[in-house]
Design a protein around this ligand. Sequence first.
Ligand SMILES: *Cc1c(COP(=O)(O)O)cnc(C)c1O
Length: 420
Amino acid sequence: MNLEKSDAAFIRAKKLMPGGVNSPVRSFSNVDCTPPFISHAKGSHIFDIDGNDYVDYVGSWGPMILGHAHEQVVDALKKAVERGTSYGAPTELETRLAEIVQKIYPSMEVMRMVNSGTEATMSALRVARGFTGRDKIVKFIGCYHGHSDSLLVNAGSGAATFGEPSSPGVTENIAQDTIALPYNDIAAVEKIFAECGEKIACVIVEPIAGNMGLVLPENNFLPALREVTKKYGALLIFDEVMCGFRNNVQAQKPDLTCLGKVIGGGLPCACYGGKAEIMRNVSPDGKIYQAGTLSGNPLAMTAGIETLQILIDTPNFIENLNAKTSKLVEGLKNIFCANAQVPQAGSMFSIFFTNKKVTNYADATAANQEKFKRWFIKMLERGIYLAPSQFETLFVSAAHTDADIEKTLAAAKIACKELL
Ligand SMILES: *Cc1c(COP(=O)(O)O)cnc(C)c1O
C-alpha cells in the first residue's frame, strides 16, 4: 500500500491543525499509521490521493446509508445549489424534512433542525433542564453525545480512543451536574434516583450504544429507564444520532429524541424534538433559547429529504441492508470463532478481540487493543477501510455488493491467520 502523497499531505496538514485533522479519530494516531487523504468516494468505495481503492465501512461515521455520491442525491443537490446556498429565512424544505422525520419518528411531535449531533444533544439537555427546572443529568460511561461540556464526562468515541474520557476545560462545576453510570446497569440508575431523583432533569442514553464499539442494550434496560424517569418526573432522552433510521428503538416512547448523521445524507444536519408540551418551550414559542445561522440550510435539507425518501420508497430497504450486514457479521464470526465478539444492530457492527461478551465500557476496554491495531492495519493493506479504533462502530450501506463482502471476508481470513 503506497501512501506517499498522503504522507506529504499529512505533514502539511499537521503544521496547521491539531493532529492534522478537524476531528481527532481521523488522525489514525492510535493505530500508528498515516491516514489516507481522500480524493473521492462512490458507492461503497473510497479512494485516496495515492490512487488506493478501499471498501468503506466508515461511511463518514454513519451518514452514508445509501453509499457515497448517490446519483439521485447528487442531482437534487446540484439543482439546489443553483438556487442559492443559504438564506437565513424559512423554506418549505425544512417542513418537508420535518414531515418525513415525523413519519418515521411519531414521538417527535415538534422538532428543531440544527447543524450537528453535538448541537442536538446540547440543546436537548437545555430543554430538559429548562422544562424540569432541575440541574443534574444522568449519562452512561462510554456513551458519546457530542462534545458539549456537560456531556464530555466519561465519554466514548474519540474521547475513549485517546484515553481522556473526560476533557480538560470542562469545569468542576459543570462535571458535578453530570452523573455517569455503567451502561446496562439499571440497579445503579435506580440507586441514584432514590438518592437525588428530584434533582435529576433527564437521563440521556444511546439506546444502541455505538461509541464504545457497538454495545447492545440488555432486554430490560430501556424499559426500566422509561419507568424510573417517569416515576421521578425526569425526561428520557434517546440520542439516536448514530443508530437512528437504521434501527427502530422507539418502543419506550422517549420524551425527546436526537437525530443526526443519516438525517443529513452527508451534509451538516441534525435534529432534536419530542413531546409538544416540552418542545413548545423552545424559543420563540417559549423562553428556552436556541438558534443557528445555518440551521435548516437548504442544501442539508435537500440531501436529508432525498436520502430519507429513498429509504422510505425502496421496498424492504432496511430488511435487505440488515440481511447483507448479517451475512458479513456471520462470516466474521465463523472466521474468528471464540477469539472475537462481532456485535450487530441492523446495519451497524463492530469487532472486539475478546472471548467475553461486551455489555459496558469496562468490558470494551478489557478487549485486546493491540490485536485490534494489527487487525486494522492488515485490513487497510488489503483494501478494507475500517474505523481506526475498537471504540467505534462500522456501517454497511445499500451500495455494498456481494463482491465487497466476499473481498472483506477473504481479507479477514488472512488477517485472522496472521493475528491468532
Ligand atoms: C456522532 C454522535 C454525536 C455527535 O454528532 P456530531 O455531528 O459529531 O456533533 C452525538 N451522539 C451520538 C450518539 C453520536 O454517535
